[in-house]
Design a protein around this ligand. Structure first.
Ligand SMILES: Cc1cc2nc3c(=O)[nH]c(=O)nc-3n(C[C@H](O)[C@H](O)[C@H](O)COP(=O)(O)O)c2cc1C
Length: 207
């Protein structure tokens, strides 16, 4: 099958993207509005960019009516957010936070997550998550149309790592104990499957 995206609707292209780019890690993003309302929402268009300084990005798309999601509005207003890693235990409650509740209601209360004060940013961390990354906004890059299907790439610097002690050993994280979930297409998720190691070969090869 060979498909020219220009001959498809945005929803058709979206379906091909979310089935091709898998599994996707989930950034569970906490923000605070300028009026102090705590917001929490998952984003699977999410990845790391650089380590000096440690920099990540994620992408809130426009809503069906073309308006900006609360997470983006809050980050534009405050320049701060926290990325919380989602474990299998948190999956169902995380999914609840993706419900479009009114902007003046908090997803922390709605889905039953516990806010914990952060060290260097105003939005709280999620207590139930064993890894929290406090972030400061570096840049927002608007991508695509300013309407449904368009998005804003949020680029932020990690200013604090919070890692649960049971996961941390000698500067490394035990990903098996972390038990993160990944997003697939539609409403499908995955846990870590079979893991295997591969050694990188030097060049020139040793004889
Ligand atoms: C696992 C998961 C991943 C999601 N990933 C994205 C994403 O990458 N971009 C996006 O715009 N919406 C994504 N959504 C939908 C948002 O979470 C949803 O629109 C949410 O209500 C936005 O909240 P806000 O308006 O409080 O920011 C995802 C939802 C789920 C459940």
């Amino acid at each position: 099958m060979i498909i020219d995206p220009k001959n498809q609707t945005r929803q058709e292209n979206y379906k091909l993207m979310i089935g091709s780019i898998v599994p996707r890690p989930i950034a569970f993003v906490s923000t605070k509005s300028k009026d102090g309302i705590l917001n929490l929402a998952p984003f699977s268009f999410f990845t790391a960019i650089s380590s000096a300084p440690p920099t990540i990005c994620f992408s809130p798309g426009r809503k069906a009516d073309g308006s900006k999601k609360d997470t983006l509005v809050n980050i534009e207003a405050t320049g701060e957010f926290v990325i919380n890693v989602v474990t299998e235990e948190m999956a169902e409650a995380m999914n609840e936070t993706a419900t479009e509740i009114p902007s003046d209601m908090s997803e922390f209360e709605y889905a039953g997550f516990t806010p914990v004060t952060s060290e260097s940013v105003r939005p709280p961390r999620v207590q139930e998550s064993p890894i929290n990354l406090e972030c400061k906004l570096l840049q927002i890059v608007n991508v695509g149309i300013d309407g449904p299907g368009g998005a804003s790439l949020v680029i932020g610097e990690i200013v604090r790592f919070h890692i649960a002690d049971f996961l941390y050993e000698n500067g490394r994280i035990d990903t098996g104990l972390l038990n993160p979930i990944g997003r697939l297409a539609g409403n499908q998720y995955t846990t870590l499957g079979r893991r295997f190691g591969l050694d990188r070969k030097p060049w020139p090869p040793k004889s």
